[in-house]
Design a protein around this ligand. Structure first.
Ligand code: GYE
Length: 384
């Protein structure tokens, strides 16, 4: 199985500090997953993709082969994209990334279906793409199980499926997956909390977790990774419930946590930024002080623009990036298939850990050093 790690960060546009992070060995990436195979990422792959954020402004038109030939095929390619839904800032960025890359100008006919977090609707969307006889299917699986039957149908119909973002546990009938290592993200959050607590002299951790959507690989991985550090360090997970990756969900869960556990927790782990926004509203309404050097440490995932603003203001202590700009990599996969080449089975996005304070230079995740990036205006400006 061939693997590579890509850097889709805006290396050219960020500060020297972040540039150093981008330019450093990709094996230092938290999403290398720690295995040698994963970490043998070619620097060239990173360099090639360093300007991928430009895909959205048309500068990558050449990448599509020609202005009107999808994947360099000489003809318009029809792409069916079964998207999870529209629950978060991350999702909006992911959708935009696909719409920008798979545009008519780039030679594509994008059939986009927002599955609104309904796994059955998503399976039907994929079946609809088979009926339409699209050229390729992009699938971001809402849940990790239940895929083998419909993916077999795709295979029988001769339609290659490219999975993005979340992973599939019970089938390997797809050509490629492009996304993030969610367990590594959870481990990074745990390693950061360990180092931070030591630095601040916090001896006891009582954490509340607001999980993402039930059954999503992003939820499972982040939960498992953080739990591993909790177990190893004797932290108490006071409660762990789903907030469905939404702001409303985060607020609702936090309000109920406050009713049950007020005064009994000093950390809130939100599995995405939108949940963190909701949780912070709930704490604010209850008069609970959170953020840097306050009563409750706030940890979040995604690191979208709005999340990074809350890191810079000190309301979120640390935010673990999950890069939603997979579409340029998906296009590379399609171009390879069009050229008769065998694409990588797994493509990992390169990501960063963002913090408010410059007090811990790095953490070690899966045996690899991961820098901590202090959020600045320039970083916020360059983020999706
Ligand atoms: O963290 C969350 C989104 O699957 C990684 O889904 C993605 C998650 C992301 O709704 O914001």
């Amino acid at each position: 199985m061939k693997r590579k790690i890509v850097s889709v960060m805006m290396c050219a546009a960020v500060t020297a500090a972040l540039l150093a992070g981008c330019g450093s060995s990709p094996s230092g990436s938290q999403n290398g997953g720690g295995t040698e195979e994963e970490n043998e990422s070619d620097e060239n792959a990173s360099d090639e993709n360093a300007s991928d954020d430009n895909a959205s402004d048309g500068e990558d038109a050449d990448n599509a082969g020609s202005e009107s030939s999808g994947g360099g095929s000489g003809e318009t390619l029809t792409i069916g994209f079964a998207q999870v839904g529209h629950e978060s800032d991350w999702r909006t960025a992911s959708t935009k990334s696909c719409q920008d890359v798979f545009s008519a100008e780039n030679g594509y006919d994008l059939q986009f279906v927002d599955c609104d977090n309904d796994p059955a609707a998503q399976i039907e969307a994929v079946r609809g793409f088979i009926q339409q006889a699209v050229d390729y299917i992009i699938l971001d699986p809402i849940v990790s199980k239940g895929w083998d039957t419909v993916l077999t149908e795709c295979e029988d119909a001769g339609i290659p499926v490219i999975v993005i973002d979340r992973t599939i546990e019970d089938s390997d009938k797809y050509v490629s997956w492009v996304g993030s290592n969610f367990k590594t993200e959870g481990l990074a959050a745990g390693e950061w909390l360990k180092a931070y607590a030591e630095k601040k002299g916090i001896s006891e951790i009582n954490a509340l977790v607001i999980e993402g959507s039930t059954g999503a690989s992003a939820t499972l991985g982040r939960t498992e990774g953080f739990q591993e550090l909790a177990d190893a360090n004797g932290w108490k997970i006071v409660d762990s419930q789903t907030g469905d990756f939404t702001e409303a969900g985060g607020q609702e869960v936090m309000e109920s946590y406050i009713k049950s556990y007020e005064g009994q927790f000093n950390v809130v782990v939100c599995q995405n930024d939108n949940e963190a926004f909701g949780a912070m509203t709930a704490m604010k309404n209850a008069g609970i002080e959170y953020g840097v050097d306050k009563d409750v440490i706030v940890i979040s995932f995604d690191a979208c623009t709005a999340g990074l603003k809350r890191v810079m203001s000190g309301e979120i202590n640390a935010d673990f990036e999950c890069n939603p700009l997979a579409a340029p990599e998906v296009e590379n996969v399609i171009k390879q298939l069009e050229a008769g080449e065998e694409p990588e089975k797994e493509v990992f996005m390169n990501e960063h850990c963002f913090v408010n304070e410059d007090i811990i230079p790095s953490i070690t995740v899966n045996g690899a050093e991961q820098e901590l990036t202090v959020v600045t205006d320039e970083i916020i400006e360059a983020q999706y």
